[in-house]
Write a protein that binds this ligand. Sequence first.
Ligand code: FA5
Length: 332
Amino acid sequence: MLQEIATRVEEIRKKWEEDGRRVSSLKELEEVRIRYLGRKGLVTALFAALRELPPAERAEAGRLLNALREEIQGEIERLRTELQAAAEAERLRREAYDFTLPGVWRGVGKLHPLTQVRLEIERIFMEMGFDVASGPEVETDYYNFEALNIPEDHPARDEWDSFYIGEGLLLRTHTSPVQIRVMKSRKPPVRIICPGRCYRRDTPDATHFPVFHQVELLWVERGLTMAHLKWIIEEFVRQFFGPGYEMRFSADFFPFTEPSAQVHIRRRGGPWLEIMGAGMVDPAVFEEVGYDPEEVTGFAFGLGIERMAMLKYGIDDIRLFFQNDVRFLGQF
Ligand code: FA5
């Protein structure tokens, strides 16, 4: 009966209005679509009932059903567009970056202050034309002492008492043995620096540590004098520290240099700190390595890297370098 169909259409329309209003996601929308317009949906079932109507009523009933189907279909399309737009807006909101927010801090490693200072020292001398040489930290008695004109019973050995690790072997007390190794393997002129670790049986205090670093410098050529040595050191100190520092030369003694000097530096007004021993290479050393002391002269120094870093950064205790506290190390 047409009347029954018309009633049923109204029922379904009311129900749809409620169901349609409740839809809040694309997934729910699809479920509702199937419930109404799917193969076994409410509207589809009603179309099947058309066949049982008398032919005179079929056209009118068909018109009612089509109108209902189109209404629901249209509404579903509208809802789909709306929900898709909302989902897209939500995605954009989630993926948006606020470039004005502070970044996430990822700790970046950096070089140890002593490494930074060593590299800076190397840079300055390389620009002056020096090569970087190296030698072993485990040395023989011959290179560490004997060849440097320090015989077995020489009092200078007391000052450089070392860690012996076997017959005639020790941890080098300074980088000066590299002078001997280089001169024995090259003809003059020689112009090298040698940074490296040194060991001494020194009791740790504010300015001493049993492991420390030196940079050795050696320049051998015809006609070099103490004036060249002094100029090199002054120029180096000027480049490394910049203004505001003072330098002091004073006489010293090393068995492998003659004359010998020591150099102190201070921040203007601060305490003096000895940074290096230096001098003109002793003729006895030239003879030992097979150079003719009548032909060439030369000079050398041994510089403490820790002391340089302490002066540059205003650090008053050498032990801070070796405690591996990132709060300290991170400041450089
Ligand atoms: C020497 O070691 C000589 N080989 C230097 C030298 C080289 C003289 C070439 C002449 C020619 P000295 O013992 O003074 O000298 O040490 C040189 C520097 O090493 C010192 O000025 C100081 O800066 C540093 N140094 C020495 N011992 C320590 C230590 N225990 N801790 C930290 N730095 C040290």
